[in-house]
Design a binder for this molecule. Structure first.
Ligand SMILES: O=C[C@H](O)COP(=O)(O)O
Length: 253
């Protein structure tokens, strides 16, 4: 059975003080990491403190982006070496906000995925269609193309360790969640695409999250779907109580 991975993506939110009080509130209360992976993806300035605070806990800390080079003249960027040195273990790559607002492409996402594996960071690779693409029936082709480009050049073993987050853009921060059937239909398609590219074992092992207005009220139904192995959560991951309900829902005994 694939272990569920519930990741909060704080995006550009919280003060240092708020981040610290959140982590102190949740760190002793999340379920054991044997049963569910509970991840907090925080802004860069908070990462060091959060890693220190969660050292002996079941909470893992992730970044929301990184550059693919190890060092050099790349003003404003953060490298995988820096994240690894801090003790960060996950990194969100290719979020639709990075693609839409900051011009990230499938090619840069692919380079970042390679860089993450080179530095022993677990990539959470985001894919998803716009409302226009859904309405013109292009969802499945678009997702297949994003996945194909994201995993190009990876070994089958690396693909097994990948986390893919399916986030329909029209459901992000809008309160409009994909129905659990709609979400699962695309996650099943993602697993098939992975199988075609990297073989059955990789398809069986790869974990696929759903993201887009996930909250305590809908998480159980989403996680009960056959091909959904977790959630990538924005708004509802910002409050400690709500985050704890989400990770509790992901628990397998
Ligand atoms: O990374 C998280 C997603 O963008 C979902 O955000 P949301 O839960 O606020 O809709």
């Amino acid at each position: 059975m694939r272990k569920q991975v519930i990741a909060g993506n704080w995006k550009m939110n919280k003060t240092h003080k708020e981040a610290e009080s959140f982590i102190n509130e949740v760190k002793g209360k999340v379920p054991s990491k044997e049963n569910v992976e509970s991840v907090v993806c925080a802004p860069f300035p908070f990462l060091q403190k959060l890693v220190e605070e969660t050292k002996d806990s079941d909470v893992e800390i992730g970044a929301q982006n990184m550059y693919f080079e190890e060092n050099g003249a790349f003003t404003g960027e953060v490298s995988p070496v820096m994240l690894k040195e801090l003790g960060v273990t996950y990194v969100v790559l290719g979020h639709s906000e990075r693609r839409d607002v900051f011009g990230e492409t499938d090619e840069t996402v692919n380079k970042k995925v390679h860089a993450a594996f080179d530095h022993d960071l677990t990539p959470i690779v985001c894919v998803g269609e716009s409302l226009e693409q859904r309405e013109s029936d292009e969802t499945m082709n678009h997702i297949e193309s994003q996945i194909t480009k994201a995993v190009e050049g990876l070994t089958d073993d690396q693909v097994k360790q990948l986390i893919i987050a399916y986030e329909p853009i029209w459901a992000i921060g809008t309160g409009r969640t994909a129905s659990s059937e709609q979400a699962n239909e695309v996650c099943t398609h993602i697993r098939k695409v992975v199988g075609k590219l990297s073989g059955d074992e990789a398809a069986e092992a790869v974990r696929i999250q759903y993201g887009g207005s996930v909250k305590p009220a809908n998480v159980d139904e989403l996680l009960s779907q056959s091909d959904i192995d977790g959630a990538l959560v924005g708004g509802a991951s910002l409050e400690a109580d709500s985050f704890l309900k989400l990770v509790e829902a992901g628990k397998h005994e």
